[in-house]
Design a protein around this ligand. Structure first.
Ligand SMILES: [Zn+2]
Length: 237
């Protein structure tokens, strides 16, 4: 598989504002720079992500949507769709799957980017958030095969087949995207999420993660994926 294939359009589906900036923003910046049209879909508004006793869900949702818009402006992302589910309670329901089918059919992305829903233990210090897993499961289920099935939710739009799914957070990647030139933009997009970072500067961590992912391929900084190609001429659903 070519590692530098850049799609014409892509959709990133994640649970919270900031998820994509921590993980795939270097790829997003590289692709938009090359002319790819990228749409973000945020399943929740991240409206419980605060320990401030004076914060309300409504105000936090507003802050986090604005931070996400600012990060997307930094990365050249064309559209940001907020589905408005509640943070901390996301489930891979049929309602969520149908909502994702609707946006996939509307924007017709060639490539979909999502987390690996099976990733539970990321490190010795982090258990993957249940919302991340729920968004990922619903995203993959929406991409294959739901969005391509004409008799499934016809009210959600004209069927569309996603060509490839880029799954991040995987144990065994098969594609590495070189983000060496984009690492600064990734860091500055991540810094737009000020309500989450507070005083913490994520620069060193982003560089460490990027270097770790790039090591195997001799890249200074990379983001790695398991890429699944869905569209084959001889495939029957
Ligand atoms: Zn998150």
């Amino acid at each position: 598989m070519e590692e530098n294939d850049i799609p014409e359009s892509a959709m990133v589906i994640v649970a919270h504002p900031d998820d994509a900036e921590f993980t795939v923003a270097g790829t997003v910046a590289a692709w938009t720079e090359a002319g790819c049209h990228v749409t973000y879909v945020l399943c929740t508004d991240g409206n419980t992500g605060s320990h401030d006793p004076d914060m309300t869900r409504e105000r936090l949702a507003e802050i986090r949507r604005a931070e996400q818009q600012a990060a997307c402006a930094e990365l050249g992302v064309g559209e940001v769709v907020f589905l408005g589910y509640d943070d901390g309670q996301l489930q891979p329901t049929l309602d969520l799957r149908r909502d994702l089918v609707r946006v996939i059919r509307q924007y017709k992305p060639e490539v979909l980017i999502a987390w690996d829903p099976t990733t539970l233990l990321i490190s010795d210090e982090y258990i993957n958030h249940p919302d991340h897993r729920a968004a990922a499961q619903a995203a993959l289920d929406a991409a294959a095969p739901a969005s391509a099935m004409p008799l499934l939710w016809p009210e959600a739009g004209v069927p569309h087949r996603v060509r490839q799914v880029y799954i991040f957070g995987v144990e065994k990647p098969n594609v590495w995207v070189d983000v060496t030139e984009m690492i600064e933009r990734k860091i500055s997009a991540l810094k737009q999420h000020a309500s989450q970072l507070e005083d913490w500067d994520p620069t060193e961590m982003v560089r460490e993660w990027g270097a770790e992912s790039g090591k195997e391929k001799g890249l200074t900084y990379a983001e790695s994926y398991r890429v699944i190609t869905l569209e084959r001429p001889d495939t029957v659903d």
